[in-house]
Design a protein around this ligand. Structure first.
Ligand code: PLP
Length: 408
């Protein structure tokens, strides 16, 4: 089941040609759309006519170019529908607000991207009266015990940022199905590698900003789920996408849609390079965490759930013990060796590295970080595929020596 290769569904997707027969679709830059017949207007407002019938109303509602990228994202995720947003956080917050009302509860993994953590721990309780119970998502009994009659959904990342622990989506979905609540999975780290919806998730969110974009040039997100759920996000009275407006720009949608066809090549390249480097680092006796290493606690589960053609992902972590050593190494890697960039984010064609505890997980208290397994010297590395493996390995080895992480 986990081995599904979404590339076949993408290939089956009807190709959208451009207005003048271009091999690429045209960009629909209009923010508003005409109706020939005035009677169509109330139909549009009352949901009797919509994009499925080729009728568009207003760009914040549905736009043809963004809608088309949504079809590609749905094919990628294996869901009936999808719609794209201005950012990954726009997607995550819209899902949460759609599923919960004031007084409701969420059960969430205690190891998630710092922005999602802050949204759950700080923003939602203060602004909306929605409370989250955080759990170790790898402990299925703890998840089960945390669900109450107020819980509206369970939220996890498929591969946790930055701990790289894998959520057992099939087992989690057994629990959520018993309670008749959806399982929401953020699959930002593993497009194509894992297909959460096929494994049992009900709603899948992505930060397109990362691997799907691949060029660190756009901020974008997507929500993949049932037609009914995507429709609810657009409801004129209660739909968070419609009313809060984290709408994707059609130019961004057109640009991203041209990158989906080579996403499979890129994911395989990231994974191949990351596995090679993580293996060599481990052989040097360093504290490296990568789901493709047998030493990873979820290695066997990953093998069961992933589509092997895309490997184990482009991200590993290296625990250097303390922040000073981590900073010295990253600085040498960027400024002397040109191995990669000291920058947050991931999924870029070049390597990006950052110390999670003091950057993308800094929204978490020190205590929360300890509970989640994030140490001060943990460097998250998103491996790029530029250069050759041997060039990059020479640079990395030199930096490890220069900073005393390994001996001469
Ligand atoms: N989900 C994960 C796992 C992330 O790492 C990030 C950003 O780093 C986000 C969501 C947020 O995405 P965006 O920056 O596109 O809003």
């Amino acid at each position: 089941m986990g081995g599904r290769n979404p590339i076949e569904d993408l290939a089956d997707l009807r190709h959208e040609f451009g207005e003048h027969g271009g091999v690429n679709m045209s960009v629909e830059a209009s923010s508003t759309f005409t109706v020939i017949d005035p009677e169509t207007m109330p139909d549009l407002f009352q949901g009797r006519a919509g994009p499925d019938k080729g009728c568009y109303l207003y760009g914040r509602h549905f736009n043809p170019t963004v809608f088309n990228l949504g079809r590609q994202m749905a094919a990628l995720a294996g869901t009936d529908a999808a719609y794209c947003t201005a950012s990954g956080m726009g997607a995550i917050s819209a899902v949460m607000l759609c599923l919960c009302n004031a007084g409701d509860e969420i059960v969430a993994s205690n190891a998630v991207y710092g922005g999602s953590f802050a949204l759950l721990r700080d923003f939602l309780p203060a602004k909306c009266g929605i409370r989250t119970r955080f759990v170790d998502i790898t402990d299925i009994d703890a998840v089960r015990d945390a669900i109450t009659d107020k819980t509206r959904f369970v939220f996890t990342e498929s591969i946790a940022n930055p701990t790289l622990r894998l959520a057992d989506i099939p087992r989690l979905s057994e629990v959520t199905r018993k309670h008749n609540i959806p399982l929401v999975v953020d699959n930002t780290f593993s497009p194509l590698i894992l297909s959460p919806a096929v494994l049992g998730a009900d709603i899948v969110v992505h930060s397109i900003t990362k691997f799907i974009s691949g060029a660190s040039d756009v901020i974008a997100g997507a929500i993949c789920g049932s037609e009914e759920f995507i429709g609810a996000l657009m409801d004129l009275h209660m739909g968070p996408l419609m009313l809060l407006g984290p709408t994707m720009d059609p130019n961004v949608a057109a640009s991203v849609s041209l990158r989906i066809p080579h996403l499979p090549l890129r994911m395989a390249a990231h994974s191949e390079r990351a596995l090679a480097i993580a293996t060599r680092l481990e052989a040097l006796g360093l504290n490296v965490c990568y789901p493709g290493l047998e030493s990873h606690p979820d290695f066997a589960l990953f093998d069961e759930l992933h589509c092997s053609e895309y490997g184990y992902g482009g991200i590993f972590t290296l625990d250097l013990g303390d922040i000073e050593t981590a900073n010295a190494l990253m600085s040498c890697l960027q400024n002397e060796q040109r191995f990669g960039y000291l920058a947050v984010s991931l999924g870029y064609f070049d390597t990006l590295m950052s110390c999670s505890g003091s950057s993308t997980s800094s929204e978490m208290s020190e205590e929360d970080q300890v509970v989640a397994g994030i140490s001060a010297g943990l460097v998250r590395v998103s491996i790029g595929y530029t250069g050759t493996l041997e060039q990059r390995w020479t640079q990395l080895e030199a930096a490890l020596r220069k900073t005393g992480v390994i001996g001469d």
